[in-house]
Structure formats: C-alpha cells, structure tokens
Design a protein around this ligand. Structure first.
Ligand code: UD1
Ligand code: CA
Length: 488
C-alpha cells in the first residue's frame, strides 16, 4: 500500500490558502507562522501537500505577506507564492492561486495554511477517492462534535449537492453535523469554470469557493465527499485557545508514534516532543521533558525529569537529568546534570560527565573527561580523561575578546582554579587547587599559582580577646600541651 502511495501519479497543483488576517490570534505574527509541534503551521501545510508530489505548489498570501513569503523562501523554496491583494473570500484566494499557476490540467488540491494536524496520507486518500469515483469535485468532510461556524454538507443521494455556510444556513441546515473541512480535490477545468462563475450574493458578501460545487453540479459534474473519521485532522486554528489545543493533540500523536516505536514515556501529559525529533528504541523520557527542534536521542538513553533539549544529539545510553541544553552533542554513555546548562557548541565525549551546576559553551570535552561540579567551562578544548575540580572557572573573556583554553589528556585541575584564557595545560599536567593559571603548564608539571600559606601564632588571642574563638583556641592548646606532657 505504502509503495503504491509513494509512486502515486502526482496531482497538477496544490493551492494552500493562507491570506486571511487571523484577527482572533491578536498577534503581530501572521497566523500561519505560529507553531504547532515546533513547526510553523504553513510549513506543516506544505509538508502535507508535498505528500502528493504536486507538479506545482502555490501558497496564497495576503496579510503579513512579507513575513510569510520570506519564511517560505527559507523552508520551502519550491513553493510558488501568489498574492491575494484583498481578502474577498476563499473563492478569490483560489482565483489568485490559479492566476499564479497559469495553465493547469488535471487535478488541483486546495487546502488551508491553518489546519496543522492534516496528514499527507489523508490528502492521498482524498485524491484516490476523487479518481476512483470520477468526480469533478471531492470534498474532505468530517462529523464534528460542534459544527458551529463551519460550512455544512448538504447531500443528495450519494453526492454532495451543495455546501451552506453558517451565516447563510436555514435552521434545519444548522442541525447537520457533517462539515466542510475546506480541503478539496478539483478537476482543474471545473475549478476554473466554477471560479469564473462566482458572485458575492451571500450573507457575508464574499466569493465563496464552496459555490464552485453548485456550479459543477449544474454542469453535470459529480461531486463526492471523502468523510474522514479522524475529525481532529480537519480542525483549524483561529485563536490561541485552539492553537494550544492543536499543539496538545499534535504532541499526543507524536508521543503515541514514539511509544509504538519502543520509547518509554513515563508521563505523556508533561512530555513534549517536536515533530522533527528522532528517538530510538528503549529511550526513556521522564516527566517534564521537552525535546525540541532537530534533537535526536539514541537507544537506551534516559532524558529528564524536567529537561529541555533544543537541537541536541544524545548518544546511546547517555543520561541527561534536570538540565537545559541547546545545539550540543552528548556522546554515548555520557552523563549530564542534574542542573547543568549546555550552551551552543558543547560537545561532550563518550562516557564524559558534565555535572551539577556546570555551564558549558563552545566546549569540546573529550571521552571520559569529567567536569563534575560548579564550573563555568566556555571556549575550551579538553582532552580525554581530564578531571576538572569543583568550582573551576574557565575565564574566557577579558572584556573585549573571547579566548580558548586547552587542557591536554589525563590532566588534573584542582578545585577552585581559574584558567585565564588563552592558556594551555599540557597532557599529564596538574594544577594545584585554588590556582589562577595565566601561563602555559608543561607536560607532567604541577602548577601552583596561589599565595604561600603563612600561620601567625597568637593572632586570635591578640586580636579577638574574650571571643569564643579565643576560648576554643585556648582549650585546644591546653589539650595539645597535655598530650605532649604525657608523651615525654
Ligand atoms: C471556509 C469554508 C467553510 C469551511 C471552512 C473550514 C468557504 C466559503 N467556506 O470557511 O465551508 O467549513 O472554511 O475551515 O470557503 N482565506 C484566504 N483569503 C480569503 C479568505 C480566506 O486566503 O479571502 C484563507 C484563510 O487564510 C484560511 C482559509 O482560507 O486559511 C479559510 O478561511 P476562513 O475564513 O477560515 O474560512 P471560511 O470562509 O470561514
Ligand atoms: Ca471566515
């Protein structure tokens, strides 16, 4: 079946309507650029359309056209952009799309840019039904719990007689639960003729695309409906409430897909996985995990709880606990967290460790190297088997430029050190705890860069007389003297 589908005869064109104002979003961002599952709604519409391998794909833009066109140029350069100057209705939107196409023969599929759950397979099934039944027009319909606002499907015998809009419907027509999804396959000639026949003689004074059906029927064309039982696929987005609902549903579908593929999701209600994320079998996602962008997680890895990964690659068997990471790679068997912050350019090697309260940025950390506690590691290249002591700071910024610190294989940096970049610590070198390193340390050397310890006897008795410290010191000295007396 899927083989048949991939070699399905392409349709001549898909027209995606996306010119509407989206007023109810109350947004400076055009509606179709709002995101569902981490992707713009228009890119999801283009993805679904691409499943039909159309000869040409047109997106009709209007409101916010500069933003929508430049986004399309980035993500889908194959798309032809048509401009609808004024939003005179869906019929006018398709007219603008056809004008941009010029000559079209065969089938034209029409969809909308704000129906984010629509699957490519559904469009394929719609076109297959259209071909099988020899239709002039095939409408994708659904039975929804609340049909308010949608056009209703008026059937006669096994055909669609017409579609009546909410604003134009008689009371008995408003009772009909089968709605127009706004997604269709048209015979190109019937569409062109129907569009040419449209008028604005209706309650909203718009050119209704749905009136093409009435015209096709009057010309003796067959109009069918393809009733989709999964009605959520046809639900659009008009406001932020629906945007959140579609996002939640998209996420549920994505999680169901990955669970079916062998991923454990402990709490689907608090786990978010974007559309382009890739997960392997036996990955475990703990509550509060958000996997975004082009993140991928290899088999056996455990992510979470309360972890956000954006464009991160996680290797086999790695664990990432209560952390935030972006544009980073975490190799097989490595551990991150709890409470780590991996910024862009972090590359943690196999079985390496970035531990609690560690921030990294442009840090290449070799296999088996550990940065376990309370460290800032920026602009650093760490070899293999390095140990970075607690509280070490890679001082990478002098207020003007950023510089790099290099730490060679199997070196050891003591706790509370400051490595002032640019500086290089050779393989097999040691840095004493509390050092501030400003110049190179050679292989096998111990660098000690801190004040020599001095103990000033009697200081407390002179400077803090009568204090608890003085009392404790006096007692300790008396005990020490008594021990020395016994030893004589
Ligand atoms: C339309 C259908 C209705 C169907 C509903 C499904 C008509 C007359 N009615 O309703 O039967 O149930 O879709 O959602 O077609 N658009 C433009 N230019 C315009 C007008 C709209 O590009 O001038 C675009 C919108 O951006 C949107 C899509 O067309 O992507 C649908 O527009 P919308 O106003 O939501 O649909 P209705 O006309 O109310
Ligand atoms: Ca409308």
């Amino acid at each position: 079946m899927s083989d048949d589908r991939s070699v399905m005869t392409p349709v001549a064109a898909v027209v995606v309507m996306a010119a509407g104002a989206g007023t109810r979003m109350k947004s400076a961002v055009p509606k179709v650029l709002h995101k569902v599952a981490g992707k713009s709604m228009i890119s999801l519409a283009v993805d679904a359309a691409d499943a039909l391998t159309p000869d040409r794909l047109v997106v009709v833009v209007g409101h916010g056209r500069e933003q929508v066109s430049s986004h399309l140029a980035d993500i889908a350069p194959h798309v032809v952009v048509a401009v609808q100057e004024q939003q005179l209705g869906t019929g006018d939107a398709v007219r603008a799309g056809l004008a941009a196409l010029g000559e079209v023969d065969g089938e034209v599929v029409v969809t909308s840019g704000d129906v984010p759950l629509l699957a490519g397979e559904t469009l394929i099934a719609l076109v297959e039904a259209h071909r099988r039944d020899g239709n002039a027009v095939t409408v994708l319909t659904a039975t929804v719990p609340d049909p308010t606002g949608y056009g209703r499907i008026i059937r006669s015998a096994d055909q669609v007689d017409r579609i009546v809009e909410q604003a134009d419907a008689a009371p008995d027509e408003l009772q009909i639960g089968e709605i127009n999804s706004g997604i269709y396959t048209f015979d190109a000639a019937a569409l062109r003729a129907g569009i040419a026949s449209l008028t604005t003689g209706n309650a909203q004074g718009e050119f209704y695309l749905t009136d093409v059906i009435t015209h096709a029927r009057s010309q003796g064309g067959r109009v069918g409906a393809w009733l989709l039982s999964d009605h959520l696929q046809t639900e659009g987005v008009n406001d932020r409430i629906q945007l959140a609902e579609r996002n939640a549903e998209a996420n549920r579908r994505i999680l169901r897909h990955w669970m079916a593929e062998g991923v454990t999701v402990i709490d689907p209600a608090t786990t978010w996985v974007h559309a382009e994320v890739d997960l392997a079998t036996d990955v475990t996602l703990l509550p509060g995990t958000s996997l975004e962008g082009a993140t991928s997680v290899a088999t056996g890895a455990t992510i979470g709880p309360d972890t956000t990964l954006i464009d991160v690659e996680v290797g086999e068997g790695a664990t990432v606990t209560r952390s935030h990471a972006e544009l980073a790679t975490i190799a097989a068997g490595a551990t991150v967290g709890p409470f780590s912050y991996l910024r862009p350019g972090t590359e943690l090697g196999a079985a390496g460790k970035i531990g609690a309260f560690v921030e990294t940025k442009k840090a290449v950390i070799g296999a088996g190297t550990k940065v376990p506690h309370l460290t800032y590691c920026g602009d650093a290249i760490l070899g293999e088997g390095v140990n970075i002591g607690a509280g070490t700071i890679f001082a990478n910024y002098d207020g003007v430029t950023k510089s790099t610190t290099v730490v060679g294989d199997n070196s050891f940096v003591g706790s509370d050190s400051v490595l002032v970049a640019p500086v290089e610590i050779a393989p097999g070198a040691y840095v004493a705890a509390g050092s501030t390193i400003t110049s190179a340390v050679g292989p096998g050397e111990l660098a000690v860069a801190r004040g020599q310890q001095r103990n000033i006897a009697g200081w407390v008795a002179r400077k803090r007389p009568g204090s608890k410290s003085e009392a404790s010191a006096r007692q300790a000295m008396a005990e020490r003297d008594a021990v020395q007396e016994d030893d004589k």
